[in-house]
Design a protein around this ligand. Structure first.
Ligand code: ADP
Ligand code: TRP
Length: 328
């Protein structure tokens, strides 16, 4: 059976973009593959330096996976920092990674470009070695479990290519020891827009957290930017943020209905209300499960502990092969 593996950084409560773009598709795949789904908490240490926040964020992501239907009996769910083997492998891989690869990493290049734009004399201002090495740690996450496929958003493809290239460099030296992974980008998953029309992202602060209560959810949806056309004027559904989001939470026939209403003339407040009801309907049950987990983190600890044990059984075997190849 093929293995899929993917991680989500614990940088705050996942939003609707993460849900539609990463969580939902991964849970769907987990039904037919051996799956490793984890919380990339040490990746989030590149940004989060408050211990209480760091600790709490792990629960938010774990509870989200579980509330969205991940079955811990079938898939292996774990906290990255529990798998010590990942960090040993990260060092080994670093010794096979040309520094030039890391110079070319998008996330690093973006930060350098921002520094230069801001007129900073030091292009590396505020950039830690953790951020610079981020793609090596991600390679270790993937390669340690011999993952065949890594479901990710398009923004992560370069990271999977790094993992392949680094594995190849290792194998060139020691023989076919590490399996080369492939990115699995689902074409049907589009970039989910945020409240201001740009990509929904925590960094733009235009996101809708997945499990805010109904009242807050409604309030956020009412904030979606619209034009000032009067309620009775016909509107173009194909050019509407509200309609774009609605498509992700409705059936074809529900979309037809709303499309017709747009063409007849719909008030933006009414359109937002329809969107709110659709999202609330899909999420309300999951929100309840999420809240129950968050009220009792010891349940999450237990599930994560058991997941880590399963993951480490595999990690140890694979790391031993790699250590032996190196001559440790
Ligand atoms: P953020 O941009 O909010 O920090 P991350 O970069 O942590 O989100 O993304 C985690 C996962 O969710 C990735 O697989 C990414 O491709 C997916 N994702 C993030 N934002 C969106 C979006 N707006 N639409 C679709 N998928 C998204
Ligand atoms: N870098 C990924 C993101 O920001 C998170 C991640 C860390 C990951 N390790 C991974 C994804 C391994 C897939 C496989 O979304």
């Amino acid at each position: 059976m093929e293995t899929i593996l993917t991680g989500i950084q614990s940088t705050g409560q996942p939003h609707i973009g993460n849900y539609l773009g990463a969580i939902k598709p991964a849970i769907h795949l987990a039904q037919s593959f051996q799956s490793y789904l984890f919380i990339a908490d040490y990746h989030s240490l590149t940004k989060i330096h408050r211990s209480d926040e760091f600790h709490h964020n792990v629960y938010e992501v774990a509870a989200t996976w579980l509330a969205c239907g991940l079955n811990p009996e079938k898939a292996v769910i774990y906290r990255q920092s529990d798998i010590r083997e990942i960090f040993e492998l990260a060092w080994i891989l670093a010794c096979f990674t040309p520094k030039g690869f890391m110079n070319r990493a998008h996330s690093y290049k973006d930060k350098v470009a921002k520094n230069l734009e801001a007129g900073n004399k030091d292009p590396d201002f505020g950039i830690s070695m953790g951020l610079f090495n981020y793609p090596i740690l991600m390679s270790a996450d993937i390669l340690l479990f011999s993952a065949n496929k890594v479901p990710v958003g398009e923004d992560q493809i370069q990271h999977i290519e790094f993992a392949r290239d680094i594995a190849q460099k290792f194998n060139n030296n020691y023989g076919d020891i590490i399996k080369l992974p492939e990115a699995l980008v689902q074409k049907e998953v589009k970039i989910v827009p945020g409240l201001d029309g740009r990509k929904m992202s925590k960094s733009y602060n235009n996101h809708i957290p997945l499990f805010v209560d109904s009242k807050k959810l409604r309030k956020l949806i009412m904030k979606i930017k619209t034009d000032s056309s009067p309620p009775e004027s016909p509107k173009d559904p194909e050019n509407s943020l509200i309609f774009d989001l609605y498509k992700e939470f409705s059936t074809e026939s529900q979309q037809q209905e709303l499309r017709a209403w747009y063409l007849r003339g719909i008030g933006w407040g009414e359109a937002k209300q329809v969107l709110f009801e659709a999202i609330d309907k899909e999420l309300s049950e999951k929100r309840e499960v999420y809240n129950q987990f968050m009220e009792d983190p010891s349940r999450l600890d237990k599930i994560l502990f058991e997941g880590a044990q399963k993951a480490r059984d595999v990690a140890k075997i694979n790391l031993d092969k790699i250590r032996e190849a190196v001559g440790v």
